[in-house]
Design a protein around this ligand. Structure first.
Ligand code: FES
Length: 395
């Protein structure tokens, strides 16, 4: 195809907000000016795509900031000193780590702005029952190196479909994608309204508190509502959880706005139920998955005879077997026993961690987005799959 046949999009203003679009248009103009035939560029496209969407990134911790008593932000730069690939605010990278001899990975939303690709910030909250989060917060030091996937995920603002009135409902460390969105809105001086409702357990848990409050004071298009569910007696702000009354008061014309929800799974489910009561259509809501369910035995369809404390035998076709706890996601027990499989979201969405169940029973929660054909042939998403009997699997 010659350069003359390429149509310049009519509405460049909207597309300018898409990462990489401006670079692509500039390159096209440059090639047109030099009379280049695009067929001569064969191979370059693949190279460009791989540059923008690399499978793996090599990263080094350049700085660590303590945000709260349980949260730190790790600033990661490329080990080769180059700029990192562009991303959409709200996307995550899956960070590969080895903790206590187990090679595993966890997805973390990038909290820095996509306008600065010198680094990615990952904001990590230490969970009481955590494995990787405790390691990242307590043990990682500046200079340490990691691999990650490239930026991934569909939880981000889409300028073509999401309108200009955005609401973000966040719980705890669910603020990470929200602050990235807010930062890019400010960096690009976008004329978007951004309502941020932020729920935490304790007032000391509020991440980026000063930055949020300063932005709210300075920008009319940003509204901040903070809630603390277990405050001290001195706390003077709003108490409790996100409620129907609160959302109705904060959000007139609720059904016309675009919603992003990110927090622990019970928080996400609670917010979804409230928005349904407010007649918000599901296409106006994006929810970010947040790892496997902590209490799978409380979910619909869990077999009554199975206890999360039971142990079962997992045999892997082609060699090896091990004992696993029913209440632990299959991917975690596979990793603990030295069986790696590709993975990214660890929330049942991306399907990279698929394994085939040859025999036995595995419980998949409703959040596992398994394709019909996969269901038919026994494939499960191992990151959210729980073996409720002895099983044989194929990786
Ligand atoms: S890692 Fe994405 S579905 Fe399991």
């Amino acid at each position: 195809m010659s350069a003359k046949n390429i149509t310049i999009p009519q509405n460049e203003n909207i597309l300018n907000q898409v990462a990489g679009f401006r670079d692509a248009i500039n390159k096209k103009h440059e090639l047109e000016a030099s009379g280049t035939d695009f067929t001569e560029q064969r191979g370059q496209v693949r190279k460009s795509v791989e540059g923008l969407h690399p499978k793996r990134l090599n990263l080094r911790v350049s700085e660590i900031v303590t945000d709260t008593r349980s949260t730190k932000t790790l600033r990661l730069v490329s080990t080769d000193g180059r700029r990192l690939p562009p991303f959409q605010a709200g996307q995550y990278v899956n960070l590969f780590v080895t903790v206590q001899g187990t090679a595993t990975a966890r997805p973390y939303a990038i909290s820095s702005s996509p306008s600065n690709l010198e680094y990615y910030d990952l904001t990590v909250k230490k969970l009481d029952t955590g494995f990787v989060s405790i390691y990242l917060v307590d043990e990682v030091t500046v200079g340490q190196e990691f691999q990650s996937t490239g930026p991934m995920g569909t939880f981000h603002y889409n300028p073509l479909f999401h309108g200009d009135d955005l609401v973000f409902l966040a719980g705890g460390s669910g603020i990470a994608p929200a602050i990235s969105m807010l930062r890019i809105i400010l960096d690009r001086k976008q004329s978007l309204r951004f309502h941020f409702v932020y729920n935490n357990s304790l007032e000391d848990d509020v991440i980026f508190a000063q930055e949020l409050r300063a932005i709210a004071a300075e920008h009319d298009n940003f509204t901040l509502t903070e809630l603390v569910s277990r405050p001290t007696s001195q706390y003077e702000g709003l108490r409790g959880h996100v409620s129907l009354e609160l959302l109705q008061e904060l959000l007139p014309n609720a059904e016309r706005k675009m919603y992003y929800i990110c927090g622990p799974t019970p928080f996400n489910d609670h917010c979804l139920a409230l928005l349904a009561q407010m007649n918000v259509r599901s296409r106006r809501i994006l929810v970010e998955g947040n790892g496997p369910p902590r209490n799978p035995d409380e979910l619909p369809g869990w077999p009554a005879e199975a206890s999360v404390k039971d142990t079962v035998n997992i045999s892997v076709r082609g060699g090896g077997e091990f004992t696993a706890t029913v209440g632990e996601p299959l991917l975690n027990s596979l990793e603990r026993n030295g069986y790696g499989t590709e993975n990214a979201c660890r929330s049942g969405e991306c399907s990279l961690c698929r394994v085939k169940v040859r025999s036995g029973k595995v419980y998949n929660p409703p959040e596992a987005l398994i394709r019909k054909s996969d269901k038919r042939f026994g494939w499960v998403h191992s990151c959210v799959a729980f073996p409720v009997s002895d099983v044989e699997i194929q990786i």
